[in-house]
Design a protein around this ligand. Structure first.
Ligand code: SF4
Length: 282
């Protein structure tokens, strides 16, 4: 049995930057809190807690005087509330997310309806929509085009798949190009996501079993697992090595491993070690 890791996987620039920022702040200024999980990975959240970085889900629960904004950012309303409470802000919003926020605001200021291809419930998308103001919506399906104004700006949740975004755009253009007097598209998918997905897909084409390692609450991990499954290979989404079922390895000769941007190296390394142990025993 052969085991191979995807050529691009694990912590991205934005996650590494966010973790470095809060760890440095906790070292220099003492305990602090993050508004929501800094990244969607329980091992990272647990490790940060040991450094004095804890999660609050509500501004009213903040104790102390420092709050960190996660890499997926927030809308201007939350930022105003934070500033109104005279809290010191560690803003770890990823620059790629910031780019989407700025694009949404500019499209809205130009009078366009802003349509975000993404999960409306995801914190990043909620923040981007808030930057666009009233005239904005998010969807993973082509919406009812008759309900939209004739000037439309489209952008994308940073971690969506380029192929699915392209299909979404094609759906809008084929169903209703003539309805729009202006159609502006801004590609706000981040480089890290595109590279991770391309590397996962390339590996999935060469193996007969894939493990996608990442938090169970991580939409990005679920999406990466779906991309591998859609390519036709048997795929398991696991959070860590304890979830590997030896029976699931039977009959497979080439195993691929990939992980999303929020999965720490040590979790990936343990998955590889456990699989190697299994290989050496069989
Ligand atoms: S996945 Fe992309 S947008 Fe998200 S934190 Fe990483 S670099 Fe930034």
């Amino acid at each position: 049995m052969e085991i191979e890791k995807a050529s691009e996987m694990g912590f991205c620039f934005g996650v590494r930057r966010a973790i470095d920022m809060v760890e440095r702040a906790a070292r220099e200024k003492g305990p602090l809190q993050t508004l929501g999980a800094l990244v969607h990975n329980p091992q990272v959240v647990d490790r940060l807690a040991t450094c004095g970085v804890n999660v609050v889900t509500n501004l009213d629960d903040i104790q102390g005087h420092i709050i960190a904004i996660a890499s997926h950012g927030v809308g201007p309303g939350i930022m105003e509330q934070v500033q109104g409470r005279s809290l010191e802000v560690i803003d770890a919003t990823c620059p790629f997310v910031r780019k989407a926020q700025v694009a949404a605001r500019k499209m809205s200021e130009a009078g366009l309806w802003v349509l975000v291809y993404g999960d409306a419930a995801h914190p990043e998308v909620r923040g981007v929509l808030e930057h666009a103001g009233e005239n904005a919506s998010a969807s993973l399906e082509v919406p009812d085009l008759d309900s939209l104004p004739s000037r439309l700006g489209i952008l994308c949740q940073t971690t969506q798949n380029p192929k699915y975004f392209t299909e979404f755009l094609a759906g809008i253009i084929s169903q209703g190009l003539s309805r729009f007097s202006e159609l502006r598209i801004c590609n706000t998918i981040c480089d890290a996501t595109s590279r991770h997905q391309a590397a996962a897909l390339e590996l999935a084409g060469r193996v007969d079993l894939m493990f996608v390692v990442g938090g169970k609450d991580s939409a990005n991990t679920k999406r990466l697992a779906r991309i591998c499954t859609d390519s036709g290979v048997t795929t398991f989404h696991i959070e860590d090595a304890t979830e590997i079922e030896p029976a699931s390895l039977q009959g497979h000769s080439r195993i691929g491993i990939t992980a999303v941007a929020s999965t720490p190296d040590e979790v990936i390394d343990t998955v590889v070690a456990v699989l190697n142990e299994h290989v050496s025993r069989n």
